[in-house]
Design a protein around this ligand. Sequence first.
Ligand SMILES: Nc1ncnc2c1ncn2[C@@H]1O[C@H](COP(=O)(O)OP(=O)(O)OP(=O)(O)O)[C@@H](O)[C@H]1O
Ligand SMILES: [Mg+2]
Length: 250
Amino acid sequence: MPAVSVQNLRKTYGEDVVALEDISFEIEQGEFVVVLGPSGAGKSTLLRILNGLTTPTEGSVRINGEEVHGRRSDVAMVFQLHYVIESMSAYRNALTGALSRAGLLESMLTWYDEDDKHAALDALDTVGLLSEAEQRTGSMSGGQKQRVGIARALVQNPALLLADEPVASLDPKAATEVMGYMRSAAKERNLTTIASLHQVNIGREFGDRFIGIRDGKVVFDGTEEDLTMEAVDDIYYGEGGDDPTEVLSA
Ligand SMILES: Nc1ncnc2c1ncn2[C@@H]1O[C@H](COP(=O)(O)OP(=O)(O)OP(=O)(O)O)[C@@H](O)[C@H]1O
Ligand SMILES: [Mg+2]
């Protein structure tokens, strides 16, 4: 059984906007998939549907064989902006990942058991922040904050990790570092991951597989080897499009 199965997804907004059109693919357990595509291609819409935040107009998503209907605690999401609580330490932020697994009463009492505390430290270790565990996240760099966000997602112990443009607000060096931590975290835990990125040159180092979306359709699905300049050109500009070097150097 595939870890993720997307069947004939279609999403329209209002009468005119077709954000996704007949998207189908399957992802195996532990695969690290990078979704590429120009602005407005439908990347965020796809991730939000996978996360149960948006309902598709047609089609279905199955995670480990179960159809997605609304938010699930076994799907974790890392966003573009660092959604950390700045007044809290990296450790406290990571711990909040356990809340989505806990029952309502436990969440209200902010009660964490030993396993949660262990998971938070373990996740901070995975993203290289164990020695900064007690540091306030407000005083951390953008890259460190995003690594805290990844740690929190890991503490959620998800079946699927989603990341929508997780490094868009970072400089190339920090972006590469964060992607490296995300990939090693996913590989260490055999965690199926789907990350959308617009920086092809950063993404190409990290994906096992790349799915290119343009105008709501899958126009590419392959490995790094398949992701040639022509393929990149096709994803961003369509066949017979402009100079791909502009995208690669963006
Ligand atoms: N809530 C919404 N209401 C109406 N239209 C929307 C909404 N969300 C997205 N769209 C439209 O759907 C299409 C796909 O948008 P989406 O945000 O999924 O693209 P994207 O690939 O994530 O783009 P970006 O790279 O800019 O983040 C676009 O035409 C967008 O304008
Ligand atoms: Mg987007």
